[in-house]
Design a protein around this ligand. Structure first.
Ligand code: NAD
Length: 961
């Protein structure tokens, strides 16, 4: 360390610079805090009341999309009424809920937005640049936008930057831009890092040529943590492709990530080795809340420091690294924190950094007085200026408002809370490690985390698993029924739906005699398994979960080949299977043993659950591991013997599961696999007199037939059969007029077309309320068009084939029906080889049409119109099915109405309607979708047991113990 620049000796200088900044800056508050009128009153209130803050921001979030005074007034009332606002402002604000004054409220919010967001036209941009220059500051321009879901939106984004370069030129300033790489392609997916890199570089090429010619600077913004490896990778690739001589390539790094130290060291080493000069904008990080919530939801490690002090301390360490490496890096210290800025200025001075070596950056509109103070001290200063339209800039505005009013915000501390200078300039000292932040308590059951494919190591492991599985293609899968007579029935070729000529394996199919034998084995094994302590059964299930976890990549890889699932969907299926094993194990342990019933004097009354006997498990192919595992493990842990009858297109995965359950310790007679044709072997098993439980998941047609058949008693049957029955769906998503369209489009796309629409939970009816229809449909089609179809083994393909030729033909026939019933609004393109169905969107569909009533189980979406939300609800409920449903709305009353009246098994508000998690979202429907007891929920196991009671009279000759 250079003498005299150690952190200790720096403190007096930091206090001197910080003191001066403070004196110069606190004289006038920034515009936001100085506001009078309605805005000032609202803000003051929001600062004081956390609930009001949330309500206010939710209202502002939806505001730009509201059309008409009545709508504004309704939303205003819904969000803000009930918050007591005192005095004159309170009375005035109440008027906001009157249509006549609604526009005034909106104008006020627009004016607030314009404090932070410059209108994206040449003259406002140029006048902003001129004002900044007069105040001694430079600018970097950022085109704020909505989520990029289509190629056209990505192209338009680059076009906006070309304009910004032109306007800066015209204003006589060196162009300086900040952009988000994720906005350059709708497929910015870490899973397909190479493809994303290629698309981003191609899209950026014309802008980079312009930037190099203009000797400009372009900084790549950092985004959510999951995207960081991809952002870093593409940044390096673009600098290597356009070596930064003459122009300055830059990247933003976030000090709230402990990993940033390592990232920065890597970047400096790389830049120095290649002879690049790069810029680094050091920020604290803008997505703290989201990073914490997302990590906790996914059960991934929380990637950010948990306290602000740690982030602040890291910021100072990173500032030092940047300034000490100024031969290679141009540092942009981006903060409004007096201490952080004073520290950087003091260090730059001590290290002898020149004016052109570094700069301070502040956000436009956030800290006007601070900006003047910095310029007044002749510190190099640049202002980050977002430009854009009010509607699309709203997310940006909310972030700024949140930042300004958060209790940890230094601006709030300085201007609203009036904190003193000593506290503001104190050395950031992380609090003692333990117990500093309250962590949410862990739930008793925790879902298996999904694989984080943004990590290279995880992607490589999955690719290795695919290669391993490929090495095992063509194997034979013989019947494994203990004592089964030979020779076996014919074999079935397991094939890859993306390349039907490819044989994955040869699977022996059971004949009736094999099935008969399997049932006899099960009947004989039942008493022993029933009397096995529940702890042993639970142990086997947990061991199976452990083996699955170890082999998860391989089990998922099989699904990529046998069911045409993409990497993420396949990985999620294995995670769900593990969840079922663990969850039902825990539930079974809790159900086991004798329990007292209600007290009754003179008697001992106890109850206990008993397994029913032999359970036949008939599963579909679409969640080949999860559903088969779920139903089978439920039967086994409760003490039943299971005979698995998997679906024909999922036999290899079923074999893998069976082998794994046996390896985990389930006895071979207790857990058997009978691969055979549904109509023959399935039917035979259902009708057999020795079967007690039929656990079925599949189509309505087969499910109803099973219910009927199981209801008929046959010769030799001496019990009532119990049918657990989960069937299909015709699920609807309602998109309300005020919905967030970015979210509605992205989530509907996933819900309707994820795994080619072959999920029971998939959305197949989209109900658009009022004026939202046209834009929703147009964006959905364009968003879908951004994704090519192909073999999902290649991670660039999110969408693949459907399962069989029959499924393909069925979906294609529905597309023809759709053309007759409605209007084809979008039809995708798919490869010729393989069982592909082009994704299709139909508009003009009416509730009576077949497209609105029948389950298609393919990538075909019917769009219906409704004039009002009430009508939309009625249309949604007009179905024989009731499995899942969804609503996108920002009107609390509508969400509440849906909660009360949209009666389906699983209703999702403002999120996708697929991907239910065991325990968190127990899954299953009613009407002709199922019997109403949900899998992965507390009541499920009870279907596999019966309860019996023992009463003992304890009175003996008048003696009552
Ligand atoms: P399917 O009904 O054709 O087959 C399901 C299972 O039943 C297979 O194992 C099949 O071999 C067997 N089977 C077929 N005919 C039989 C018969 N006569 N007797 C006994 N068994 C018979 O369904 P699928 O194509 O495998 O799966 C898709 C269907 O499953 C869709 O309708 C979907 O909505 C539904 N599904 C529902 C849920 C849910 O939880 N509600 C989950 C997944 C799938």
């Amino acid at each position: 360390m250079v003498n005299g620049t150690s952190e200790d000796t720096l403190e007096p200088l930091i206090r001197e610079i910080g003191g001066q900044l403070y004196r110069d800056a606190v004289q006038a508050p920034p515009a936001l805090f100085g506001a009078g009128g309605v805005r000032g009153a609202l803000l003051q209130k929001a600062l004081a009341d956390e609930r009001m803050r949330t309500a206010l921001f939710q209202f502002i979030d939806v505001l730009p999309q509201l059309d008409g005074a009545g709508e504004i007034a309704d939303h205003y009332g819904a969000y803000l009424q009930g918050h007591e606002l005192a005095g004159m402002w309170g009375r005035l604000l109440k008027l906001g809920s009157r249509p006549a004054l609604a526009w005034a409220v909106r104008a006020n919010v627009a004016r607030t937005a314009r404090l932070f967001l410059v209108e994206e036209r040449e003259s406002p941009v140029r006048s902003t640049l001129a004002t900044l220059a007069a105040g001694g500051a430079l600018a970097t321009l950022d085109a704020v936008g909505e989520a990029v879901l289509t190629e056209a939106e990505a192209e338009a984004y680059v076009g906006r930057y070309l304009e910004l370069v032109r306007w800066q030129h015209a204003a006589g300033v060196a162009p300086h831009l900040s952009l988000k790489l994720s906005a350059l392609t709708p497929r910015f997916d870490p899973l397909d890092a190479a493809g994303a890199e290629q698309r981003v570089l191609a899209r950026l090429a014309p802008l980079l040529a312009e930037v190099a010619r203009a000797r400009a600077a372009l900084t790549v913004d950092m985004e959510h943590y999951e995207l960081k490896p991809l952002v870093l990778r593409i940044f390096r690739a673009l600098v290597d492709a356009h070596p930064g001589r003459g122009w300055l390539p830059g990247i933003a790094l976030q000090s709230y990530l402990p990993e940033t130290g390592r990232d920065l060291a890597g970047l400096i080493e790389w830049a120095r080795a290649r002879g690049h000069r790069i810029g680094v904008r050091l920020v604290k990080g803008a997505y703290w809340d989201t990073e914490v919530a997302v990590a906790r939801q996914r059960r991934w490690p929380v990637p950010v420091y948990e306290t602000k002090e740690e982030t602040d301390a890291a910021f100072e360490r990173l500032t030092r690294v940047l300034l000490e490496n100024r031969d290679t890096v141009h540092a942009a210290i981006a903060s409004h924190n007096l201490r952080s800025l004073a520290h950087a200025a003091a260090l730059a001075q001590r290290l002898g950094a020149k004016r052109e070596d570094w700069e301070i950056q502040v956000l436009y509109g956030m800290a006007g007085p601070l900006q003047h103070a910095l310029a007044g001290m002749n510190l190099p200063l640049r202002v980050y200026v977002p430009t854009g339209d009010l509607v699309v800039g709203i997310a940006y505005l909310i972030r700024r408002l949140l930042e300004n009013t958060a209790s940890t915000s230094v601006l709030r501390q300085t201007y609203a809370d009036g904190e003193d200078i000593g506290a503001l300039l104190a050395v950031p000292a992380p609090p003692p490690a333990s117990g500093a932040t309250a962590r949410p308590t862990e739930p008793a059951f925790a879902n298996t985390p999904l694989t984080d494919f943004s990590r290279t190591a995880d992607r490589e492991a999955f690719a290795r698993a695919l290669a391993k599985v490929r090495g095992e293609l063509g194997a034979r899968y013989p019947l494994a029924i203990p004592g089964a007579p030979g020779p076996a029935a014919p074999e079935q070729r397991a094939l890859n739906p993306a390349r039907p000529d490819e044989t994955l394996g040869q699977v022996e199919l059971a004949a009736r005699s094999h099935a008969e034998r399997a049932l006899a084995n099960a009947v004989a094994a039942f008493p022993g398994w029933r009397d096995t302590p529940v702890e042993r059964r639970v142990e086997c299930a947990l061991r199976a979960a452990g083996i699955m976890l170890e082999r998860r990549a391989e089990l998922a890889a099989w699904q990529v080949l046998e069911q045409g699932k993409n990497w993420r969907e396949a990985d999620a299926d294995v995670a769900e299977a593990i969840d079922y094993l663990r969850y039902y194990a825990a539930e079974a342990a809790a159900l086991g043993g004798w329990r007292p019933t209600q007290r009754f004097p003179g008697e001992l009354n106890h109850t206990r659950y008993e397994p029913r006997g032999v359970a036949v498990v008939i599963a579909p192919w679409n969640f080949p591991l999860a559903i088969l595992t779920g139903m089978t493990s439920a039967a086994l842990v409760t003490g039943n013997c299971a005979v698995m009858k998997p679906a024909a297109p999922a036999l290899i995965v079923a074999h893998k599961l069976h082998a794994l359950l046996i390896a985990a310790g389930f006895p071979p007679e207790v857990c058997q696999l009978v691969a055979g044709r549904g109509a023959e072997i399935g039917n035979f098993l259902v009708g057999h007199p020795q079967v007690h439980v039929i656990a079925f998941t599949g189509s309505r047609e087969v499910g109803l037939a099973i219910l009927e058949q199981a209801g008929r008693s046959v010769t030799g049957q001496s019990h009532v059969k119990r049918v657990v029955c989960e069937m299909g769906g015709k699920n609807a998503i309602i998109v309300d007029e005020d919905a967030d369209l970015d979210e509605a489009v992205a989530h509907t796309l996933q819900s309707a077309f994820g795994y080619q629409g072959q999920k029971c939970s998939a959305c197949s009816r989209l109900i658009a309320v009022g004026r939202v229809h046209d834009r929703l449909v147009a964006r959905l089609g364009a968003a879908l068009d951004a994704h090519p179809y192909g073999p999902p083994e290649d991670p660039q393909y999110v969408f693949g084939p459907v399962i069989t030729r029959a499924a393909q033909e069925k979906a294609l026939a529905y597309i023809e029906t759709g053309k007759r019933e409605g209007r084809l609004s979008y039809l995708g393109k798919v490869p010729g080889e393989g069982y592909y169905v082009p994704p299709a969107i139909f508009t003009g569909i009416e509730p009576r049409h077949r497209l609105a009533r029948e389950e298609i189980f393919g990538p075909v979406l019917a769009v219906l119109r409704a004039e009002s939300f009430d009508e939309a609800l009625a249309v949604a409920l007009d179905s024989e099915y009731a499995l899942t449903g969804g609503v996108f709305s920002r009107f609390p009353e509508h969400l509440e109405a849906a909660r009360e009246r949209f009666r389906v098994g699983d209703l999702y508000l403002n999120r996708r309607i697929t991907g239910a998690l065991v325990a968190a979202q127990p899954f299953g429907g009613v009407r002709l979708s199922g019997t109403g007891v949900q899998a992965g929920g507390a009541d499920y196991l009870k279907q596999f047991v019966w309860s019996r009671v023992v009463s003992e009279n304890t009175m003996r000759h008048g003696f009552v113990p």
